[in-house]
Design a protein around this ligand. Structure first.
Ligand code: SF4
Length: 299
């Protein structure tokens, strides 16, 4: 799930030296509020980037956005919604046609099945409308807590929880606001730290910051306006950079081994030239000397 906002032109805000103990002196809650305030300044117009006209269409778009970009979903949904605009049409959809329409979003078989089953359930249990509680929404096929949070917030303006996608999880951890990887536990930590009206807009803005600055593999801490209050500032080495470094180190080791071998060979050949005795000959002569001396000793 991704969101789009106008690209901020003030991303490179002046910052103090990276705060080594960003999580130390200031309380976690105060730091969270400061981060939230800065994110609001950075991404004032952040909003859901999925195209939809009704709650049912938003629900379908969010289901399609799993493991897929919002841009791709927005390319697919105009055709999909023209053919199947509401729960009734989705419930009666031909599965093969549905699969074909959503194919380019990936995992299309499961997504098509879930969308049709969701349409059927909306018709049979909710009068063709999207329910407005977490408990009801998460009964729908293909709808987990993350999807439900997005739908409730954007279709009904209900902050039932904090949407935790891959960006929110990564950044919340980097910012020292959770120790967990499990999205449900991350969400619980965030619920304790954030004011409820900001639950959804925290996620939208953090997602945007993750895409713009705090990349999964290569966070741009030098350009980050949160660096002075982020305990991870300058601490994350990208895995790609790590691999490159490791390759360089192993190549260096190989080079030095080869150089050592060469030196040894050169020294040996020099010694052979000087004495006129090859190593082989030396080896052949040595036992004779030993034999001679040992025969002397015996006699
Ligand atoms: S870019 Fe760096 S400083 Fe900014 S949030 Fe990510 S890890 Fe922290």
């Amino acid at each position: 799930m991704r969101f789009v906002a106008d690209r901020p032109n003030n991303q490179t805000a002046p910052r103090k030296k990276a705060n080594k103990k960003a999580s130390g002196k200031t309380s976690k809650k105060a730091r969270t509020l400061e981060i939230l305030s800065r994110l609001k300044d950075l991404y004032p117009d952040a909003t859901c980037s999925l195209d939809y006209e009704t709650p049912v269409q938003l629900l379908v778009a969010v289901i399609l956005s799993a493991q897929c970009t919002d841009r791709r979903v927005n390319m697919v949904t105009p055709g999909l919604f023209a053919r199947f605009p509401d729960a009734e049409a989705l419930a009666a959809a031909d599965l093969d046609e549905l699969m074909e329409l959503v194919r380019s979003t990936g995992f299309y078989r499961n997504k098509a099945k879930n969308i049709r089953a969701t349409g059927e359930m909306l018709m049979s249990q909710f009068g063709g409308q999207v329910p407005q509680t977490m408990a009801e929404l998460t009964q729908l096929p293909g709808v987990a807590r993350k999807t439900a949070n997005v739908v409730l917030a954007h279709a009904f303006n209900i902050n039932a929880g904090v949407t935790v996608d891959t960006h929110v999880k990564r950044l919340t951890k980097r910012l020292g606001l959770t120790k967990h990887d499990d999205p449900l536990k991350v969400e619980q930590d965030l619920i304790k730290l954030l004011p409820q009206p900001d639950w959804e807009n925290w996620s939208i803005r953090l997602i945007y910051h993750g895409r713009e600055v705090c990349d999964a593999r290569k966070p741009d801490c030098d350009r980050c306006s949160l660096a002075d209050i982020c305990p991870s500032a300058g601490m994350i080495v990208s895995s790609r950079a790590g691999q490159t470094k490791a390759k360089q180190v192993s190549q260096k080791q190989k080079d030095s081994k080869t150089a050592a071998k060469k030196t040894k060979t050169t020294q040996t050949s020099k010694a052979t030239k000087t004495t006129g005795v090859s190593k082989k000959n030396q080896a052949q002569r040595s036992p004779k000397r030993v034999k001679k001396s040992s025969s002397k000793a015996t006699s």
